[in-house]
Design a protein around this ligand. Structure first.
Ligand code: ZN
Length: 379
């Protein structure tokens, strides 16, 4: 053990340690691909659903445990993306979400900024500029890396109180997730961002005031609902807001902007946390919760007929494997790490524009192809 540690120290000290690798050669990252198909019909709404840490094995284990069936099986188009970041072959959620939100490869830890830390416009901000309604929903705090990269521009994912300030600076129509303390019980200053949002005309509520499902929706106001003081519980501990939040969000945003449509990002954050914990039961329960939410969003899209749904992950977590000796009901799990891995990640698409998402491409193409689907041009 001592020898091994010394070896790691030696490798790191000569600059080959993975966390200190220089940025990947820019030439390795191809420019945006030519659109694979011409769109016959543009979707009015785009819903991006991110299962954090959701690789093929996480999906497979959830499917078997759920009676060999997932709502994901209803998606007609499947593709694969390459998840690496500009600083590391193994991305983190911040760089991964920034690739989806803004179409650039950046360094691990970056929130909505390029490798030189300058702000890059996000698809949510572009949607706002085009007059669409916008929303973010997550089973983490709402200032956690994945939702943060769609609204914030900060050099580090750890600056959570700064990320919370982005919600006051943007005209986001709806957000639902944990992390109330970053808004109204701040260490950095005495600002009460929820009061500031209320002054801006938001309807503000949280878990101490009323259940999410009992809110009387007022489509004339923006809506913010904080589900927890800090990180939400696990599904197994009783967290049950993701599917209702997706239903509230799709209903609310479609009524908020009947003419122009909306952009919504929904994150199942804790599939990743199950992977970090090397806990198959945690992964599976979070995977099934996320898939049930996918089912609710599919119901909306089927009725609406103008909604593109894209489901993907930022990266795989745990090197999770379904080992020999497993049955559908009882997975004999294996893990190669308690961190993320670098494997290709599946992409599922449904609705107008879905064909854009077939093939194998860079993670940055998720942004390019959502933008193409919306018909946004560079301004
Ligand atoms: Zn993670």
């Amino acid at each position: 053990m001592i020898k091994r540690l010394w070896f790691v120290f030696l490798i790191c000290s000569v600059g080959a340690c993975t966390s200190r690798q220089p940025a990947l050669d820019a030439a390795v990252v191809p420019p945006p691909a030519t659109p694979p198909v011409l769109l016959e019909k543009h979707p009015k709404n785009v819903i991006l659903m991110i299962g954090d840490g959701m690789g093929i094995s996480q999906i497979t284990a959830g499917m078997y445990y759920n009676g060999n069936r997932l709502n994901l099986e209803e998606f007609p188009v499947v593709g694969l993306h390459k998840p690496y970041s500009s600083s590391n072959l193994i991305t983190d959620s911040a760089a991964g979400a920034t690739a989806f939100a803004s179409g650039i490869k950046t360094y691990n830890g970056a929130i909505g900024v390029s490798p030189d830390t300058s702000a890059v416009k996000t698809i949510l901000e572009e949607a706002e500029e085009h007059g669409l309604a916008t929303g973010l929903v997550a089973t983490s705090t709402i200032v956690h890396a994945t939702p943060a990269a769609f609204i914030g521009h900060v050099s580090s994912r750890n600056k959570m109180e700064e990320i919370a300030e982005s919600f006051v600076e943007t005209e986001i129509d709806l957000f639902i997730g944990g992390g109330k303390k970053y808004f109204s019980n701040r260490k950095k200053d005495k600002r009460d961002l929820l009061k500031e949002l209320a002054t801006k005309g938001y309807y503000i509520s949280d878990y101490t005031k009323e259940p999410l499902t009992e809110i009387v929706l007022d489509y004339s106001k923006n809506l913010a609902y904080l589900t927890d003081e800090d990180s939400p519980k696990t599904e197994k501990q009783g967290r049950d807001f993701l599917k209702p939040a997706a239903q509230v969000a799709t209903n609310f945003l479609s009524n908020r902007s009947r003419e122009k449509g909306f952009f919504l990002m929904i994150e199942g954050a804790q599939i990743d946390w199950g992977g970090h914990a090397n806990n198959a039961d945690y992964i599976i329960s979070e995977m099934i919760d996320f898939d049930e939410t996918i089912g609710a969003v599919l119901d909306f899209a089927k009725a609406d007929k103008e909604t593109l749904i894209v489901v993907t992950a930022d990266h795989e977590t745990g090197g999770f494997a379904i080992n020999p000796g497993s049955t559908m009901e009882k997975i004999k799990s294996g893990f190669t790490t308690d961190y993320h891995t670098g494997t290709l990640i599946p992409v599922f698409a449904y609705g107008p524009g879905a064909d854009l998402f077939s093939g194998i491409y860079e993670n940055t193409e998720i942004y390019q192809r959502m933008k193409l689907a919306f018909g946004f041009r560079d301004q």
